[in-house]
Design a protein around this ligand. Structure first.
Ligand code: MN
Length: 144
């Protein structure tokens, strides 16, 4: 048994892999036979991952805010708290916050034999990011 106390500093998402300010807290770290890697990731408004793939796929579960995600060749999708997304092994994709909202998700994956969690590609351009649908239009306002 190993207890890791809430004493480790929050990490910054490196600029090679992210656009904008992103903060990462480790939830589970792979070790020995355990391949599970999990992180709580806070994206500031407009921040997002670069395009990337995961060797064994990835699940993200949105806990706060409003986010966006896209697989290569598909539309940009709006994701909200309680939504979960599975990216297939090798599926090229990105995820991040909406332009005007924070977004937090728990990210879960299994590393490969070499301990690699992801393979990183180009940053998501402003043009690609701007293709997202309006988050204001995605929920009907209601007067009661
Ligand atoms: Mn991913």
């Amino acid at each position: 048994m190993q207890i890791t106390r809430n004493s480790t500093d929050t990490g910054h998402g490196p600029s090679d892999w992210f656009t904008g300010a992103v903060y990462v807290d480790t939830v589970a770290a792979p070790s020995n036979r355990s391949r599970v890697s999990a992180s709580s990731v806070h994206f500031t408004p407009g921040a997002r991952t670069a395009w990337h793939t995961h060797p064994n796929g990835q699940t993200i579960w949105v806990t706060e805010g409003v986010g966006l995600c896209q697989r290569r060749g598909g539309p940009v999708e709006i994701i909200r708290p309680g939504d979960r997304v599975f990216f297939e092994p090798g599926e090229n994709h990105w995820h991040g916050a909406a332009p005007t909202r924070f977004m937090t998700h728990i990210a879960m994956l299994e590393v490969d034999d070499e301990g690699t969690p992801a393979t990183w590609g180009d940053h998501v351009s402003d043009e690609e990011y701007a293709a997202a649908p309006s988050i204001e239009g995605s929920v009907l306002e209601e007067e009661i």
